[in-house]
Design a protein around this ligand. Structure first.
Ligand code: GLU
Length: 306
């Protein structure tokens, strides 16, 4: 059976982009007769708030985006992630890195085409004496292979990356002891048996690293669908910072079907902006009808579209 998931981070009230991703995840799983898992990605203790967890669960219900199972919150899974890290350590796949932010971002640091700093491998081959001499609490990095990792995204098509050349050894546990997103998401989706991951296109470039972790951990990788970003006219992404259009505002002024209709219309699932429920969209849903390109909205105008 197909298993999709909602994996929200409770770092703010949801905005239209979060709902768009959840709507497509819901439609994709439901249309295939599958189920939805809700997993709260509250890994980052500094940014996650209980009040946002309550709000997003209530917002999903109000929108008609129901789920069938709920996973343990990521903040409770530390021991599980540590176990996995221990396994990787035994296989000599991870090592402590003591580099400071400034060292990583030094002018001479190599950059990938998207501007990301490529880790130069500075701490890769330190010996025990060199490690013992460091005082900074290290993060943990994983050694990446020097080969192309290729996959076919269900919406964006072929995608490939050589992790060694384009990313470098990446962090799997932060210096504060919290597991990194890349590790947690693979451990959790993999162990839950998620078969389809629907998420924002901003995470497309993380997918090769995650596929490689799936391989290392002996877990079956899901299919991926990276959905368009919702942008404001100046090209920036609509985000939780656009407070005015968050679910707090929208729930006061709009009916849920109006929000769903706007999102369905924006990506090409319906021909005009009309009120519609997720259930009504389910019958005719197909990924081939979803436009993969980013969507520009006018938050100002939408505020007044009551
Ligand atoms: N928790 C992430 C977010 O809210 C999603 C991660 C994922 O879908 O893999 O943006």
């Amino acid at each position: 059976m197909e298993l999709g998931r909602f994996a929200p981070s409770p770092s703010g009230r949801m905005h239209l982009g979060n709902v768009f991703t959840a709507l497509l995840a819901w439609l994709s799983a439901r249309q295939a007769g599958g189920e939805i898992l809700l997993r709260i990605e509250d890994l980052d203790p500094a940014r996650s708030k209980g009040e946002y967890i309550e709000a997003l669960e209530s917002d999903f219900r109000w929108l008609g985006l129901n789920w069938d199972r709920q996973a343990e919150n990521q903040s409770l899974r530390g021991p599980k992630y540590d176990e996995i890290i221990e396994e990787l350590r035994k296989n000599d796949l991870i090592y402590p890195c003591y580099c400071t932010r400034d060292q990583l971002h030094a002018a001479s640091a190599p950059h990938a085409s998207d501007g990301r700093v490529i880790y130069a491998g500075t701490c890769r081959n330190l010996n025990a004496a060199q490690r013992a001499a460091r005082t900074k609490t290290p993060c943990l990095r994983i050694r990446v292979p020097n080969r192309e990792i290729t996959f076919r995204d269900g919406l964006q098509g072929e995608y490939a990356m050589n992790l060694a050349g384009e990313w470098g050894d990446f962090i799997i546990r932060r210096a504060d002891g919290v597991a990194a997103y890349q590790l947690a998401v693979v451990a959790d989706d993999g162990s839950a048996g998620v078969t389809q991951v629907v998420r924002g296109r901003d995470l497309l470039s993380s997918t090769p690293a995650q596929l490689w972790l799936y391989e290392l951990l002996g877990l079956t990788a899901p299919r991926f669908y990276h959905v368009p970003m919702l942008l404001a006219q100046d090209g920036r992404r609509l985000s939780k910072r656009d407070k005015d259009l968050d679910l707090g505002y929208l729930r006061e002024h709009w009916r849920p079907e109006k929000i769903i209709g706007l999102l369905a219309f924006s990506c090409g699932l319906i021909d005009r902006w009309e009120e519609v429920s997720p259930r009504e969209l389910e019958k005719n849903f197909s990924w081939s009808r979803v436009n993969p390109r980013d969507i520009t909205l006018d938050p100002e105008a939408l505020m007044h579209a009551n």
